[in-house]
Design a binder for this molecule. Structure first.
Ligand SMILES: *[C@@H]1O[C@H](CO)[C@@H](O)[C@H](O)[C@H]1NC(C)=O
Ligand SMILES: *[C@@H]1O[C@H](CO)[C@@H](O)[C@H](O)[C@H]1NC(C)=O
Ligand SMILES: *[C@@H]1O[C@H](CO)[C@@H](O)[C@H](O)[C@H]1NC(C)=O
Ligand SMILES: *[C@@H]1O[C@H](CO)[C@@H](O)[C@H](O)[C@H]1NC(C)=O
Ligand SMILES: *[C@@H]1O[C@H](CO)[C@@H](O)[C@H](O)[C@H]1NC(C)=O
Ligand SMILES: *[C@@H]1O[C@H](CO)[C@@H](O)[C@H](O)[C@H]1NC(C)=O
Ligand SMILES: *[C@@H]1O[C@H](CO)[C@@H](O)[C@H](O)[C@H]1NC(C)=O
Length: 926
């Protein structure tokens, strides 16, 4: 998978080699456009040609390349585009706290080899974590917590040698903890990692002994609430750096290894809710141990007196075990000791040295049958309570949504639960801890120069899983709410772990609430799509994106034009009047609306044979019996009268058997309609895709290629003035009843005067996948741009693939598959099977050679259309066909004639689907 992504990237790199720097910046632009297209609610400032010009919010660049995208708490929804790989210089990608982001993490993420941070906290990603993640060799922080990822932890994560923070908590991950073996990496290789946060998944199997050794630098190991089995490996005792160990909430069996006492830095040890056995081990030496939790296990034997001497011990939670004998806390017990909970054990007596006055719970032990001390159920603990008080001011009442800050200012706070996942603070009621926490929070905002006025903490609770959760509200300074940039930056302080809590709080995560109010109310900039990129790679998504952008821009333009035009288009020119405005038509008729209405049976639905963004196409019949196709513009697609006129003039001038000819037009009653000859067999695309039912064997394909080439050569070389079509594609090549190709739709065509041989266009137009990259890059339009598009159609003819299919570009696909030393250039894999593989494809190599010359990067290296025509004629002769046969005889062997038993295609059924498809959309930026 990773390989194919890289391959794609490689192909993409090769594709536009015109200007290397421009290319890369263009990749970024394409990647961002695709990101923007797939996600709703990206910043409205993301417009304009250059993401690095400083106007795009939450994007950072270095040397005109995008290096960071941080879109936290942005209410984004949609999917992360697989085109993300185009942003090849990205170092930071943070989309945290956008619950609306769904779908998979695309495996193309593995191509972002410069990535240092990948934070996708609290989104709704699902599916597998792609293996390719192991390619991100520079990754330091990987936070995928609080999503719905499933499947295994990819072993490839073990290759991330720079990783310092691994957070996969709160997902649905399954399978084993991967450790390295002869063939695969594993988590044991992460010698720089300080954090393994893997809690709250469905991980199973043993905790592999191989996972730990003395070279590691882990400080937090959190495996709680999984389905782990087996014993606690002794090797855990080798990881001297550990500060927190949580393996509670699994199905761990066996004794607690005695060598854990080597872990002199461990503050919190959580082993509750397992099936342990044996005694409480000798923990002497664990001088940092503060919080010991081994509830609901099967521990037996006496509680060792030495346990209570650990100098920092505050809480000893041992309820629901089978501990027995006498309890002796000795005389040298820790001065910190706050709580010993031995509820529901088998303790039969105790020796409590004088002076111990903190909490001891012996409820539900045999001793309580006789004695009453320590045996009463204490008041149900209400838990800690705290709420940041006002800072020497009088809280005020605020309008809806706003909250009075500790400094008594009304504002919209950025709020959410701050979750500490292993706090070793016992006395959570003590307000000093909270004022410390507030001070640390403020300090981290100030050090990043963020406009935070104050923070407020409230509702501390320790939940069933021993997570300590407190509600945090962060108040903006000044203006009442954080703007988009500020919200994202404040969120990043948490997602990047820049905020370091005071000692004892332990690792945390913060998942802010949906920002409920619209504080992003920036003045909407008018959408000026500076340059819409039209290069032909990056996936079909991009195609859609560009089409949408094009349609949008097109409509905006039309709207503006219509506003300035009068409602009556006849004010511009009157086909019946003599004001010099009559279009100079050659053979095209002017129809009235009433006439066309009659010919189409009132534009009835059964006469509708196609539709698209521009409107609908209807079939009709002239009184002479001639079938016609009427393209009727819908209101949104009406052109200016002048443009319509120009188009008609242009169309009426071209007459060639391989061009769809204009019969007439209608410019009446606010309608704009073009009346074409009716071409019965639909588009080439329909035939290639099998939709039309017409089978195209090799010979027919050659004939179609020749026809289209002749039509184009006519436009380029014989029309006066020459015309560049600009939108050659398989949906613009129609097939008549004899499978003759007819080039259609001149909507984008440009006539060229002699002085305009190198036409500089301000707008790059065309269709993704067919668009000439040189034209795109230089905006310099020549006939060779049509040659490029035509070359793509030739490749479509051999492969029946769309130009961009599943993110792969047909030109590169053919190029990569091609082996000139082999028969048919070894292209069997990608040839359209319907081409008739059983017969030898005479001339195929030459045809492919020609196509590849047509799609040369430099227009100068492409043949002219006239040359293409000659070459295809030659190829046809090689294949044993007379290229001119169709014009000389109607009974030639390629005529469609049903039921002719001597006919080579007599066994085929031809379903004539009477449709004339016109292209539905185009890129038309401005
Ligand atoms: C994170 O995920 C866990 C498990 O799904 C869930 O219990 C918890 O509420 C989530 N936290 C937040 C702040 O959404
Ligand atoms: C090596 O580890 C990988 C992934 O953890 C596993 O799929 C593979 O079966 C292991 N190979 C051997 C030989 O154990
Ligand atoms: C720890 O494990 C890693 C990977 O398995 C290995 O490279 C390293 O040599 C081991 N260190 C020790 C001290 O065993
Ligand atoms: C522990 O073992 C007992 C029996 O040995 C079993 O009933 C129980 O489900 C186990 N508990 C866990 C958490 O595995
Ligand atoms: C626990 O270990 C310490 C250090 O090895 C030792 O001094 C002490 O006697 C042990 N305690 C018990 C009860 O075995
Ligand atoms: C958001 O606020 C920052 C100052 O904190 C300012 O520089 C920026 O222009 C603001 N962004 C918008 C879109 O108003
Ligand atoms: C993210 O945090 C790391 C250390 O935790 C720090 O080195 C890095 O500068 C931070 N990144 C940003 C962009 O603040």
């Amino acid at each position: 998978m990773g390989q194919s992504t890289q391959l794609l990237q490689l192909l993409f790199m090769q594709y536009l080699v015109i200007a290397v720097t421009a290319n890369n910046a263009m990749d970024d632009n394409l990647g961002l456009l695709s990101l923007k297209h797939e996600l709703q609610n990206t910043p409205t400032s993301w417009v304009g040609a250059d993401p690095c010009d400083g106007s795009w919010e939450l994007i950072n660049c270095i040397n005109s390349r995008v290096t960071s995208i941080k879109l936290l708490s942005m209410r984004l929804s949609g999917k992360l585009t697989s085109d993300i790989f185009l942003l090849s210089e990205l170092q930071y990608l943070d989309l945290s706290y956008n619950i609306g982001i769904t779908g998979q993490l695309p495996s193309s993420i593995g191509s972002l080899t410069k990535l240092e941070n990948l934070n996708l906290i609290g989104c709704s990603f699902s599916g597998l974590i792609p293996d390719t993640i192991g390619n991100l060799k520079l990754l330091r922080i990987l936070s995928l917590n609080n999503n719905s990822f499933n499947g295994p932890i990819p072993a490839s994560i073990g290759s991330l040698s720079q990783l310092f923070w691994l957070d996969l908590a709160n997902n649905q991950l399954e399978g084993h903890l991967p450790v390295s073996n002869a063939t695969a990496p594993g988590l044991d290789l992460l010698l720089h990692a300080r954090h393994f946060h893997l809690e709250n998944n469905k991980l199973s199997g043993n905790i592999p002994p191989k996972l730990f050794n003395s070279s590691m630098s882990l400080i937090h190991l959190i495996l709680r609430s999984n389905k782990l089995t087996g014993r606690i490996p002794r090797t855990l005792g080798l990881v001297q750096t550990l500060e927190v160990i949580r393996v509670d909430g699994n199905s761990i069996i066996g004794p607690v290894p005695s060598n854990l006492r080597n872990l002199v830095n461990v503050e919190g040890l959580y082993l509750s809710n397992n099936n342990l056995s044996g005694p409480i081990p000798n923990l002497t030496g664990m001088n940092s141990l503060n919080y010991l939790e081994m509830e609901n296990t099967q521990l037996q034997g006496q509680v060792p007196v030495s346990l209570f001497s650990l100098p920092n011990l505050q809480s000893v939670l041992l309820k629901n075990n089978q501990l027995n004998g006498l309890l002796d806390i000795g005389t040298t017990y820790s001065a910190q000791l706050q709580l010993i909970d031995l509820q529901n054990n088998l303790i039969s007596g105790y020796t409590i040295a004088g002076g111990y006055n903190k909490e001891l719970i012996l409820v539900d032990n045999p001793i309580c049958e006789k004695l009453s001390s320590y045996c009463t159920v204490s008041q149900p603990n209400n838990g800690p309570s705290y709420s940041t008080p006002p800072n020497k001011c009088q809280p005020i009442s605020c309008s809806s949504g706003q909250v009075s800050s500790p400094n008594c200012l009304c504002a919209y706070p950025y709020s959410g639960p701050l979750v500490f996942r292993a706090t070793s603070i016992s006395d959570l009621g003590h307000s000093d801890y909270y004022t410390d926490l507030e001070a640390y929070l403020m300090r981290s905002f100030q050090s990043q120069k963020l406009p935070v006025n104050s923070v407020s903490l409230s509702n501390p609770i320790k939940d069933f899983s021993e997570d300590f959760i407190i509600r945090l509200q962060i108040f903006p300074s000044g203006q009442g709410c954080f703007n988009r940039t500020e919200v994202s930056q404040v969120g990043f302080v948490f997602s990047n772990q820049s905020f370091k809590p005071p000692q004892g709080f332990g690792p945390y995560y913060f998942i802010p609430d949906h920002v409920p109010y619209d504080c992003y109310a920036e003045t909407k900039k008018s959408l000026s799509i500076g340059v819409i990129i039209g290069a032909a790679v990056g996936g079909t998504v991009l195609l859609l994106l560009l089409l949408l952008a094009g349609v949008y821009a097109f409509r905006q333009k039309r709207r503006a034009e219509r506003a300035s035009e009068q409602l009556n288009p006849f004010s511009q020119w009157d086909p019946n009047g003599g004001s010099g405005g009559i279009p100079q038509l050659k053979g095209a008729r002017c129809f009235s609306f009433e006439e066309l209405k009659k010919y189409t049976n009132k534009f009835s639905e059964e006469n509708s044979i196609g539709s698209g963004g521009y409107g609908k196409v209807y079939r009709g019949t002239l009184p002479t019996g001639q079938p016609i196709a009427i393209k009727r513009a819908q209101t949104e697609s009406l052109q200016g009268g002048h443009e319509f006129k120009t188009e008609i003039e242009l169309l009426s001038r071209v007459h060639h058997k391989n061009l769809v000819s204009l019969v007439g037009f209608c410019f009446d009653q606010g309608e704009q309609m073009l009346v074409y000859e009716y071409v019965p067999n639909g588009t080439l695309k329909d035939s290639l895709s099998g939709k039309s039912g017409i089978k195209l064997d090799w010979m027919r394909r050659l004939k179609v290629a020749l026809g289209a080439a002749r039509g184009l050569a006519y436009l380029h070389e014989l029309a006066n003035p020459p015309i560049i079509h600009r939108d050659i594609k398989s949906t613009n090549i129609l097939l008549d009843e004899r499978i003759n190709a007819k080039v259609a739709d001149f909507g984008l065509s440009i006539p060229m005067g002699d002085d305009e041989k190198d036409h500089i266009t301000t707008q790059v137009k065309g269709t993704m996948g067919y668009l000439d990259p040189e034209y795109y890059m230089t905006q310099q339009l020549t006939e060779k741009s049509d040659v490029y598009s035509y070359g793509v159609v030739m490749l479509e003819l051999v492969t029946a693939r769309m130009p961009i299919e599943r993110g792969k570009y047909i030109v590169r696909v053919v190029q990569m598959a091609m082996d000139k030393t082999k028969v048919s250039y070894n292209l069997h894999e990608i040839l359209d099977p319907a081409i008739g593989l059983q017969t030898s494809l005479k001339g195929l190599e030459k045809f492919v050679d020609l196509a590849m010359r047509c799609v040369e990067e430099s227009g100068a290296n492409r043949p002219a259309m006239g040359d293409v025509v000659k070459e295809i004629e030659n190829i046809m002769q090689i294949a044993g066909l007379n290229p001119n046969v169709e014009s000389t005889s109607t009974s030639d062997s390629y005529e469609v004639s049903k039921g002719n038993s001597g006919h080579p295609y007599c066994n085929e059924t031809f379903e004539f689907e009477y449709s004339v498809a016109f292209p539905t959309s185009k890129i038309e930026p401005h």
